[in-house]
Design a protein. Structure first.
Length: 176
């Protein structure tokens, strides 16, 4: 079987975080002709945003997605403003990197909580507050609907509403 051409591949840097530092992942992608990369914020922070941006640009790579924004539900209603502010910073970072989108893992239900409707409401409010900023920055937001924390915004003990329709509903409600 012939491997796909490098311009059709993108490496999510989380998959190699145990083996290589981000600068090594960037160099490895370039060395093997893999032209797409999706770095994670913690890895970028460790290397430095400007340094990461320069290395990616110098290697001729495309940032296919910047991972990750979201977590609107992590601290409940009390933490929503902080989550939105952090996501604004993630958008700014994604712009600096020239990313095609900011990948969002919107968050699950806070521990010891069963309020699915409340968690969904936090996500909807967080997206509603964030998306005007994303639009102004011309940064697409990609909701990861099948992530274990988004699926379907319920604790493991509860299985129910499908996540993809929720993500579509959020995108539709936000005018995306």
């Amino acid at each position: 079987m012939t491997p796909p051409p490098g311009d059709r591949l993108s490496i999510n840097t989380a998959t190699l975080r145990e083996q290589w530092r981000l600068d090594e992942i960037i160099a490895g992608c370039a060395r093997h002709g893999i032209l797409g990369i999706a770095p994670w914020r913690d890895q970028v922070a460790a290397l430095g945003l400007r340094q990461t941006s320069r290395l990616i640009r110098d290697a001729g790579l495309t940032v296919t997605g910047y991972c990750r924004g979201g977590w609107f539900t992590a601290q409940g209603r009390a933490g929503l403003s902080d989550a939105v502010d952090d996501n604004r910073r993630a958008i700014d970072e994604a712009c600096e990197l020239g990313a095609r989108c900011l990948v969002m893992v919107v968050g699950g239900i806070p521990e010891h909580c069963r309020d699915i409707a409340g968690a969904r409401a936090l996500v909807e409010e967080g997206l509603a507050r964030l998306l005007p900023y994303a639009r102004a920055a011309r940064m697409p937001v990609a909701i990861e609907p099948l992530h274990r924390c988004t699926r379907p915004i319920v604790p493991a003990s509860i299985r129910s509403p499908r996540p993809t329709p929720c993500a579509i509903a959020w995108a539709t409600a936000s005018g995306s």
